[in-house]
Each structure stands twice: as C-alpha cells, then as structure tokens.
Write a protein that binds this ligand. Structure first.
Ligand code: MG
Length: 265
C-alpha cells in the first residue's frame, strides 16, 4: 500500500507518541516511612498449612462426626445402666424424645468440640416455666446447656433457653415461637484436672442460638445441678454427650460435632 506523502508527518508523530508511552521514565523509589519496621515478609507464616475442610451449605462439614442425620438413632443409647438402644423415636427426619423414657447419650466420647444441633419445642403449648418445652444438652453428660420453650414463657433467667443451667443467663433471648426449628452452635472446651483431681482449667462455653450469640466464652463454675451449687469433680478427658428427657416431646435433627484440637494455653 502506498501512503499519500501528506500523511507521513502524522504517522511519524504517532509512532513517537507510542514509543514514549511504552517507555515510562523510571520512578523514584519513595522513602520508607517506617524504616524501623522489618519487611512485611518477616511476619508472614506459611506452615503448618490448615487442613482443608469442605463446608457445603446446609450439611455437616467434611470433618464432622454426624450424630443424627434423620436416618436412625444408631449413634445414641440410653443413659440407663443397661446401655440399651436409645428409647426415643424417629419421626420423619427428626428424633423425638419419648417422655419418661429417659435421657440418651452418644456411644462416642468427646473432649473439646464444636456442636451443631437443631431442636423444636412442641407447637401445641402445654405447661409453663420449666415445664414447657424442656430438654437440654449435657456436655460430657454433666454440664447442661438448657433447652426450653422461652418464647413468652418467663422463668428464672439462668434456666431459660440458652442458659448454662443455674450458672449463666443467655446474653439475649433469641427464641423462636413454639413448633419452629431452632439451632444451637456451641464451642465446648472441656475442663482439665490435675493429678490431685482439682480443676486446673475450668470448662468454657460459647453458644449461638439461632445464629445469635447468647454465651461468650462463659467460664463454668462446675456441674449444673437443679438443687445446690455447681462444683467440679474430676472425670475423664472424653465423655459422651447426652440429651435430656424432661417429660416433653422435643424433636431434634441435624446433630453433628467437630472434635477440636485447640492451641495449648
Ligand atoms: Mg433442661
């Protein structure tokens, strides 16, 4: 292609402009405003690499121990000395407490855990106060996180839903109406005992009720009796989790735990 001679100057200046843009003048390095600090690389840590856990929506994480997924009660037995099968019943995808059949516990024992559990108090309200929709999660079979229908149901506050029974009231009341599914997400740190049987580090509990923080790193004073005062009595590092039969037809579903390996303190 032949160019018209009149275009030549324009082409020449365009070429100069491109060349100028492609070779910017070298930048002056800005002075370090904090020369007393080490380079950023000095505080970057690359090992150990955290284990990969897949966490699909609405399902247990890949490293969870599933304790109830709607299929059967195989992970549970009675707390009665005979150790027989869990006397509660399967209804749809839920596990339902049979009043007066007794508490149930996991076959497996646990120490420090993250727990997810969903519960539903009866849609038809009967009773009041502690008699209405009562159950509980006993960590290590000893320390109770209260389950109660606390929707417009006054009772002593350290015994309402989300309380660490007779020790700590929940920070707020996040209860849903009777008959609706609710959730607890808990971080449980087991107590530690010395060789003399005395507690060296009390148990601690953090609880989200329906996604709302209701206990923040609460330091337990001991067990959770109805009468008397909390106290520690040395026990094994790992013990089964139990659920309370308090004579109400509470339903449960989607129960899983993750065993935690927390950093040493
Ligand atoms: Mg209870």
């Amino acid at each position: 292609m032949k160019l018209h001679p009149a275009l030549a100057p324009f082409l020449f200046s365009a070429a100069v402009a491109v060349a100028t843009a492609a070779t910017p003048a070298p930048k002056k390095k800005a002075a370090d405003p904090t020369p007393e600090l080490p380079p950023a690389s000095a505080t970057a840590v690359y090992e150990p690499v955290p284990v990969v856990v897949s966490a699909p929506p609405s399902a247990a994480p890949s490293d969870a121990v599933v304790l109830f997924d709607g299929k059967n009660l195989d992970a549970w037995i009675t707390t009665k000395p005979d150790g027989g099968p869990a006397p509660w019943k399967l209804e749809g995808d839920a596990m339902v407490c049979v009043p007066k059949s007794g508490n149930i516990r996991t076959r497996q024992a646990f120490g420090d855990i993250q727990l997810h559990l969903e519960f539903r108090t009866p849609a038809v309200v009967s009773g009041e106060g502690q008699g209405r929709g009562n159950s509980g999660v006993f960590f290590m079979g000893i320390y109770e996180l209260q389950i109660l229908d606390s929707y417009n149901n006054p009772t002593y506050v350290n015994g309402q839903a989300g309380s660490i029974y007779k020790q700590y009231a929940p920070l707020v009341n996040a209860s849903r109406p009777p008959g609706e599914w609710q959730s607890y997400d808990v971080v449980w740190v087991a107590p530690r005992f010395g060789p003399d049987g005395k507690v060296t580090r009390p148990a601690r509990m953090t609880v989200f009720h329906n996604g709302v923080l209701v206990q923040h790193d609460a330091v337990l004073k001991g067990n959770t009796p109805n009468r008397g005062y909390p106290a520690y009595k040395a026990h094994a590092d790992r013990l089964p989790l139990s659920l309370q039969d308090h004579n109400n037809t509470i339903a449960f579903r989607n129960i899983w735990v993750r065993e935690l390996k927390l950093p040493a303190e």
